[in-house]
Write a protein that binds this ligand. Structure first.
Ligand SMILES: NC(=O)c1ccc[n+]([C@@H]2O[C@H](COP(=O)([O-])OP(=O)(O)OC[C@H]3O[C@@H](n4cnc5c(N)ncnc54)[C@H](OP(=O)(O)O)[C@@H]3O)[C@@H](O)[C@H]2O)c1
Length: 290
């Protein structure tokens, strides 16, 4: 397959590019400076000239707190971006898979969120991501939306990806103990994204590692144990005490109603993902770029 990956410099984009290359695909991996998905002309010209079989949109403005202060930029990247890609994909009849977020839910539900639950975004970031889902699905029938959350992996700059290194450097870690999500190892997610492209069934999927979900606090304690880091300075805190500008759902655990029905097995547990992450040396090849 010829696959365009957008946001290829990010956590998921990098894992996706690596996985598709390993699977024998021709990978056109574009980082932000090579393709700005909020620019319709750029998107159109890239997609029409390369005529991919599939586009995997891993690009997004993911700074949840900064989005509160710049809704226009959030809308451009997270809502118009997927829509631009969808219009171009329609012209070349390519599958579009766009990655979305567990934050589309408000967190008030007990238990797991499925595709049957109504989104109710709490932040500018989450609202822009939900709008991106709808705009892409409306513009192009061959659109797959994948909601995921609490992602960790090599090259990630977020808390779950960097906490062990930060603890080893002697930094104090503030661990939120009253928010729960379903953790997701980026290479496992990438594997499932490619399987979904091959299935080519336009729908909304929830993709996370198996397990009952986890708080940052629980995740960190398991990670530090695997990494044999016994000297970490930890401070357990409540989500509210951090006084972050954007509200986050207290519970954003996801479950998929469709994956098993179409023959896809559950992903490994998040603990297996975490062991793989902490015990695998960094392979920093990110595919070829055009
Ligand atoms: N990380 C998580 O825990 C998590 C949870 C739920 C959902 N997601 C979703 O997963 C997807 C991938 O996120 P990630 O974790 O890989 O985030 P990431 O590491 O921040 O990667 C996102 C990439 O998109 C790029 N980007 C930003 N605006 C762009 C634009 N207008 N055009 C093209 N590229 C742009 C960024 O480049 P610059 O940094 O150079 O701007 C960055 O390289 C996103 O859709 C995100 O909403 C992530």
């Amino acid at each position: 397959m010829r696959i365009v990956v957008t946001g290829a410099g990010g956590l998921v984009g990098r894992a996706m590019s690596e996985h598709c290359l390993t699977s024998g695909d021709e990978v056109l991996a574009f980082s932000h400076h090579e393709l700005d998905i909020s620019d319709y002309e750029q998107v159109n010209s890239k997609i029409l000239s390369h005529k991919p079989d599939a586009v995997v949109n891993c690009a997004a403005w993911t700074n949840v707190d900064a989005c509160e202060d710049d809704p226009k930029r959030a809308h451009a990247a997270n809502a118009l971006g997927p829509e631009n890609l969808a219009h171009s994909c329609r012209k070349v009849d390519a599958v579009l898979l766009t990655v979305s977020t567990d934050y589309v839910f408000d967190g008030t539900k007990e238990g797991f969120y499925t595709q049957r639950d109504n989104p109710n975004p709490l932040s500018v970031y989450a609202a822009s991501k939900l709008s991106g889902e709808h705009r892409a699905q409306t513009a192009h029938a061959r659109t797959i939306v994948v909601r995921t959350g609490y992602i960790f992996g090599r090259g990630g700059t977020n808390f779950l990806s960097t906490m062990v290194d930060r603890a080893l450097r002697g930094e104090e870690l503030k661990l939120i103990s009253d928010s729960w999500g379903t953790a997701t190892y980026a290479p496992h997610l990438a594997r499932r994204l490619r399987e979904l492209i091959v299935k080519d069934l336009p729908a909304t999927f929830h993709v996370v590692n198996a397990g009952n979900g986890v708080s940052y606090d629980e995740f960190a304690k398991v990670a530090l144990k695997i990494a044999n880091c016994t000297t970490a300075k930890l401070k357990v805190v409540s989500s509210d005490s951090l006084k972050r500008p954007a509200a986050r759902p207290r519970n954003s655990r996801l479950k998929c109603l469709l994956s098993e029905a179409i023959g896809l097995k559950p992903l490994p547990s998040w603990e297996e993902g975490l062991r793989e992450f902490l015990q695998t040396p960094d392979k920093s090849a990110v595919g070829h770029r055009k």
